[in-house]
Design a protein around this ligand. Structure first.
Ligand code: NAD
Length: 268
């Protein structure tokens, strides 16, 4: 079987380094290279060393066009603005892209979906197998329980995370809303402060915690009268996201244009 060439965008970031390691370790995948911002101090450093592996003789570069030309599939976990700029280049070259970036505004996500009409794009707020199973469970529980059960989503992440609620918390909210056959935007209460008034029936609430080096924790609470169901997931290592991204890259190579998700990859 022909090997799939994978390029990593944002290769010196927390996820970028994990993605480099996952590609280097994956049978059947070849590392096409890695790019970073033109002012990043890691430029010129060996990609293997950035990944915590042996040197591979490929330096981190700022030449996105060259990387896109050399790769079949790109993997990017960076910022929404950077991701959309890069995706235009990927789409222009007819390549595929796995996107793990979170924090897109509605307009930015619409642009991502538009670009996915011209090249295969797989986006997931959370690439882990466990979280994607949890999404399915949450949808099913929300569909089973009535509106008299209150749904709240609690998440905690490391102190450097810049967006809130997390992309995964919002995805869990969308899953719960889908189970109730409503739109999350119409029922979401994304934060509370001061005299908020009593909880409105049918709303889906969010609470955000930040601290330390927490990789990612989510709990969905279904609270009824005198009983509560809690469905949760704890990530203790970023490798789970990188393994999911590599699995997604393998699946995405050669697909027709479109916007795909991890449910497609996992056949859920
Ligand atoms: P990070 O800040 O450690 O890494 C981001 C990297 O992108 C940085 O190295 C930065 O220099 C680079 N970058 C930014 N602009 C660039 C540009 N124009 N060209 C090239 N590189 C550029 O952040 P992180 O913790 O790795 O997270 C990145 C994103 O991934 C966040 O949105 C986070 O929420 C998301 N994330 C998603 C999942 C998932 O499973 N989908 C898991 C973890 C994190």
């Amino acid at each position: 079987m022909e090997q799939i060439k994978v390029g990593i965008i944002g290769c010196a970031g927390r996820m970028g380094r994990s993605n480099l390691a996952a590609v280097l370790d994956a049978p059947g995948l070849v590392l096409a290279g890695g790019v970073e911002r033109p002012d990043h101090p890691a430029l010129g450093q060996d990609l293997g060393l950035l990944a915590g592996r042996d040197a591979v003789g490929q330096p981190a570069s700022a030449d996105l066009a060259a990387l896109v030309a050399a790769a079949d599939v790109l993997i990017e976990f960076s910022s929404p603005e950077a991701t959309l700029t890069h995706l235009q280049v990927v789409a222009g070259a007819g390549k595929a892209q796995v996107v793990g970036t979170t924090g897109f505004s509605q307009a930015q996500f619409a642009e991502l979906a538009r670009l996915a009409g011209t090249c295969p794009v797989l986006w997931a707020a959370n690439m882990s197998l466990g979280v994607n199973l949890l999404l399915g469970l949450v949808e099913r529980v929300a569909a089973t329980l009535g509106d008299d059960w209150d749904i709240e989503i609690l998440e905690m992440h490391h102190r450097s995370k810049v967006d809130a609620p997390s992309g995964t918390a919002l995805a869990l909210g969308r899953a719960a809303a889908a189970g109730r056959e409503v739109q999350l935007d119409e029922v979401a209460v994304r934060s509370r402060d001061g005299i908020t008034g009593a909880r409105q029936p049918g709303t889906i609430g969010f609470a955000t915690l930040r601290g330390g080096d927490v990789v990612g924790e989510h709990v969905v609470l279904f609270t009824g009268d005198a009983e509560r169901i809690e469905l949760g997931h704890r990530a203790t290592d970023r490798r789970i996201f990188a393994h999911g991204a590599v699995r997604a890259a393998r699946w995405l190579a050669g697909r027709p244009p479109g916007l795909y998700g991890m449910r497609d990859v996992l056949g859920l």
